[in-house]
Design a protein around this ligand. Structure first.
Ligand SMILES: *Cc1c(COP(=O)(O)O)cnc(C)c1O
Length: 367
């Protein structure tokens, strides 16, 4: 099945998106976010391509993802964006990952490892300016910074924060974001006054990159925009495709799929496509999506199954083996429009593409 249901990933489009991001962000450094299997696009391939195309750093969610791309040969700085566990401290040092800390819990563990094995560790301090997920409270950042600097094995490479609503256009969200920016600037001032200089300051996710020019500092963190979504000239780099595996005649009054939720008004034809909710096609799309076959759109009929969907093809001449676009770089069928249908966001649509969908890349990345 896997060879007939594929995620085609266009690395030339990734390169173009990176150029657009560089242009929008006025040439500051860019960190490519590759967490969650690079939003479903394949963490090793996207990380290597990012390195080849000139990214300045990579961001992963956890230590395991960091190790995976380090072992694949990636040399770029790798930031672990989320809090890791104490017992992963040795691995962070061993694989030269850059942790982002909210408190001083792991410092002594890093120090112990580094004293024993040599070397130093560059870490980032996260400031909680309102998301209330991770990060030190603004009033605690100075003390935490001093604590880090009291270890001669540890350097503060940078400082950052994360926005709660940079993508939203209502007044309350804008006010909230501006408050977060102000709080963060106050923290920077305090550190400055105390002669603590920070090399690498970053706050912008994709939405801030697009809507808030005053969030760039030294580097931006490009997530969903890199993969071609968010309100920018960047283009989707992934096309989720399959092929017709059966064509069937349906009589007027017959129903399709579990629960008989769709009943045909006419004699008609349907095509069966081997992709289902196990591959990331939400059951909420039952009777509520279209696919594209030979440049025409066809409606999904009945419930999405684990391994298949059924679409009505009417009297059109569609044959077994014809290619089917589920979603991708298409005005009607993309991760944003799919997300709208099911009350989600493009991030979730992309990361839900199942493991058995084979990722196919249009360009070989050497290294
Ligand atoms: C995931 C993540 C991002 C990227 O978010 P997008 O909305 O995809 O741009 C940026 N920063 C942090 C800390 C993240 O966890």
């Amino acid at each position: 099945m896997s060879n007939y249901t594929i995620a085609e990933i266009n690395l030339s489009a990734l390169q173009r998106n990176m150029e657009i991001i560089k242009y929008i962000s006025n040439g500051v450094k860019v960190l490519n976010i590759v967490k969650a299997n690079a939003y479903g696009h394949g963490i090793v391939e996207i990380s290597k391509a990012s390195e080849e195309f000139g990214a300045d750093a990579l961001g992963v969610a956890n230590v395991e993802e960091g190790i995976k791309i380090r072992e694949a040969g990636v040399k770029l700085p790798i930031l672990v964006l989320f809090q890791h566990f104490k017992d992963e401290s040795d691995l962070v040092c061993q694989y030269n990952l850059n942790p982002i800390i909210s408190n001083d819990e792991c410092l002594e563990y890093y120090d112990k490892f580094l004293k024993k094995n040599g070397g130093t560790l560059n870490l980032y301090i996260k400031v909680d300016t309102g998301l209330n997920r991770m990060g030190a409270k603004p009033e605690d950042v100075l003390a935490l910074s001093k604590k880090v600097l009291s270890y001669d094995t540890l350097n503060i490479e940078g400082i950052n924060t994360h926005y709660a609503a940079a993508d939203m256009k209502d007044d309350y969200s804008k006010e909230f974001t501006n408050k977060q920016i102000n709080t963060f600037n106050e923290v920077l001032n305090t550190l400055n006054k105390n002669s603590i200089s920070i090399k690498n300051v970053h706050t912008a996710n994709s939405a801030a990159l697009i809507y808030y020019k005053n969030t760039y500092f030294d580097m931006v963190r490009a997530g969903i925009i890199l993969y071609g979504y968010a309100d920018s000239p960047c283009k989707p780099i992934l096309n989720l495709k399959s092929h017709v595996v059966l064509v069937r005649n349906i009589k007027k009054g017959e129903s399709i799929s579990y629960g008989m939720t769709w009943i045909s008004d006419n004699d008609t034809k349907v095509a069966v496509i081997p992709i289902g909710y196990a591959d990331g096609i939400s059951r909420k799309l039952s009777n509520n999506w279209e696919v594209k076959i030979n440049e025409k759109y066809y409606p999904l009929r009945g419930k999405v199954c684990m391994d298949s969907i059924v679409v009505e093809i009417f009297n059109d001449n569609i044959k077994v083996g014809d290619e089917v676009l589920i979603f991708g770089d298409d005005e009607k069928l993309n991760a944003d429009t799919m997300a709208e249908r099911i009350g989600s966001i493009s991030h979730e649509i992309l990361v839900n593409i199942g493991e058995r969908v084979k990722r196919v890349y249009n360009k070989k990345i050497n290294k």
